[in-house]
Design a protein around this ligand. Sequence first.
Ligand SMILES: *[C@@H]1O[C@H](CO)[C@@H](O)[C@H](O)[C@H]1NC(C)=O
Length: 214
Amino acid sequence: MLHSTVTSTLILSLSLLSAASPIPWLAARGTSVTEAQILKFAPSSNSCANPPAEGECATAKTAAKYASQSFQTYKVSSKAEQAAILSLMAFESDDFKYNKNHFPGTPGQGTRNMQSPAFNKKYASSIPALSSKIAQVANDPAALLDLLRDNETYDFGSGAWFLTTQCSANVRSALQTGSESGWQQYISDCVGTSVTDERKAYWEKAVDALGVKV
Ligand SMILES: *[C@@H]1O[C@H](CO)[C@@H](O)[C@H](O)[C@H]1NC(C)=O
């Protein structure tokens, strides 16, 4: 009798936990993103067969693992911020097929959000595990980028690093609302580029995929 009560209580709790986000705050926060969510806005990352650039392609599965890790490292638990970071990375890397700038091919520009060499230098300097290697590549932007590209943790971590260390508190709080104007501010005032229809389409799909708007 006691056994069956315990069992049914356990089953009830488990089914509550596994139901599709019965509690709004459970859906709205958390650092994990899934392969299925990434495929919704970066559908061509389902495969790395015949990659356009040798050694640069990553699948949605890899992206989900290391992006989730980066959200934990940099404490990005807002789904609106995650959608902005992920859509930027997917747009800039052509669904994770590239992690170096090819057009025109600026040396040292890269990682998944394609940040510029100056930011890669700052980013690499912030990583304790790279401290002994930084001096040798200080005057070689391409080699510095290779240090970051060599480890998926760093390659996929730059988007969350950039938002949490290079954007103002105002940009972050506007972005966290999930509004289009908040996202526009992030793109223009912090990333430093312009909003285009293609960028916006990525962002809108990522917002849907991550359940930013319910
Ligand atoms: C990548 O970086 C992380 C964090 O510093 C480290 O724990 C991991 O061992 C590195 N992976 C490789 C393959 O070097």
